[in-house]
Write a protein that binds this ligand. Structure first.
Ligand code: EPU
Length: 416
């Protein structure tokens, strides 16, 4: 199993390109199921989660062609409207196939995701929404089995804000008969990017980016070209690493509009963050100020940046408090940060972080994607060598992270 070895203390400086967004690419890949015509994508990040989604779609019969970040998908026929447990258990986002499959094929069999490291993460809202649209759904042998001759438009209010739930129902509604109104919808930029792609495919959607999305069903969608939006969480992660190492990093091809909450917190911590055209330049300016962070749905502070900011807070000159309100078990990085010398107490879903003068390198274990990114940032700040085990989590969601960090001057290497 690969590990990352980081020799801390290097100041990051230089410019790197931002990759396409994982959490936009995954639903957009599933949107290819909605039409027999080709969907041509650019800026698709090369990540393990994208590879898993491609495998899933290939098994269903979706033809694929392309190299680098360019990918054409064509679901001329769907042979197997099935997402098997073996793939779903490695990537929860496989649930995103459910809505498009029922809408296009009238049936789908998608494994329940099962347990997940960062919390329970049920899919009851996805199921409830499709039932409201007329799908008959049963749970058998660990699978969601859905059937609907024709989905019907409906007014549906989510009980809570769910990103993939919103995306699943929005995709399903594009081919439903009549108008669907989704209330309390997720406003995340990735939902907006998916809506843009669906619109290019002929869907009739209004209100994406607000909590009320209106979709007028159409008879069929067609092929389209779409460029996947830049990854705001990758951008935020490198921005936090720049601030943490008192660096000077320019992130090219970034989208600062989707990052306000994160950039504002970095500024509060004492860093400078400037948008210059489609780049963001982040400079660390000496001592870090402590932070108060509460995660919440967009446009508030994203849960996917919580762990990375906690790494920053470990070296702040004062006490920070980080509260996680989205997932019930997303503090697993705390015990690993403690191994590096951080002073953190956790009470429920709130962590109190008392800044320390130095972190010291140690062996640590990555537990999930963003926890891994947090450990990378802590390793960059620590004195001496930090070895991060189980970095397959990192490879699920960060494209060439070691190469990008090396290009910025980090002393980082991958060992097997
Ligand atoms: N929830 C329910 N029922 C549902 C759906 C969600 O109770 O039917 C709960 C979840 O348990 C959670 C909360 O609602 O407590 C929010 O979950 P959400 O559905 O929004 O999460 P998700 O759609 O499964 C996406 C991202 C995550 C990101 C969250 C929150 C993708 C593929 N994944 O997950 O990304 O953390 O939204 O913003 O878009 C990551 O990239 O590291 C990652 C975990």
């Amino acid at each position: 199993m690969d590990k990352l070895v980081i020799e801390g203390g290097a100041r990051l400086s230089g410019a790197i390109p931002v990759s396409g967004a994982k959490n936009a690419a995954l639903p957009i890949l599933c949107a290819s199921l909605l039409t027999p015509e080709p969907l041509r994508l650019t800026n698709v990040p090369q990540l393990n989660d994208v590879r898993t989604m491609r495998t899933l779609l290939r098994q269903m019969g979706v033809a694929q062609d392309g190299s680098g970040g360019t990918l054409t998908l064509q679901a001329e026929r769907i042979d197997w409207p099935l997402a098997p447990y073996e793939l779903v258990k490695t990537m929860r986002a496989s649930i995103l196939a459910l809505g498009p499959l029922v809408a296009r094929c009238g049936e789908a069999r998608v494994s329940l995701p099962g347990g997940c490291a960062i919390g329970l993460r049920p899919v009851d809202q996805h199921v409830k929404g499709l039932q409201a649209m007329g799908a008959e759904i049963s749970l058998e042998h660990g699978y969601i089995e859905a059937r609907a001759a024709q989905l019907a438009g409906v007014r549906f209010g989510f009980d809570l804000v769910t990103v993939t739930g919103t995306e699943n129902l929005m995709m399903a509604a594009t081919l439903a008969k009549g108008r669907t109104i989704l209330e309390n919808a997720a406003r995340e930029p990735e939902v907006v990017d998916l809506a843009r792609c669906l619109r290019a495919m002929g869907a009739n959607i209004l209100g994406e980016g607000t909590s009320r999305i209106v979709i007028e069903g159409v008879d069929a969608l067609h092929g389209a070209d779409h460029r996947v939006m830049p990854d705001r969480i990758e951008t935020g992660t490198f921005a936090a690493a720049a601030a943490a190492t008192h660096g000077d990093v320019t992130l090219e091809g970034a989208d600062d509009a989707s990052l306000h909450a994160v950039l504002d917190k970095l500024r509060e911590a004492g860093a400078t963050a400037d948008a210059i055209g489609d780049a963001i330049r982040v400079r660390g300016n000496g001592a870090l100020a402590p932070l108060q962070i509460t995660t919440a749905p967009y446009p508030a502070f994203p849960t996917d940046m919580q762990a990375q900011m906690m790494a920053l807070a470990t070296r702040a000159s004062g006490t920070s408090v980080v509260s996680e309100t989205i997932f019930e078990n997303r503090m697993m990085h705390v015990q690993e940060l403690r191994r590096l010398g951080a002073d953190i107490d956790v009470d429920g879903n709130a962590a109190t972080i008392r800044g320390v003068a130095r972190l010291t390198g140690a062996n640590v274990m990555a537990t999930d994607l963003r926890a891994s990114a947090c450990l990378v940032i802590a390793g960059l700040m620590a004195d001496g060598e930090t070895t991060i085990d189980r970095i397959y989590h990192l490879d699920r969601g960060y494209e060439k992270i070691d190469a990008k960090l090396s290009a910025l001057g980090a002393r980082i290497r991958r060992i097997s």
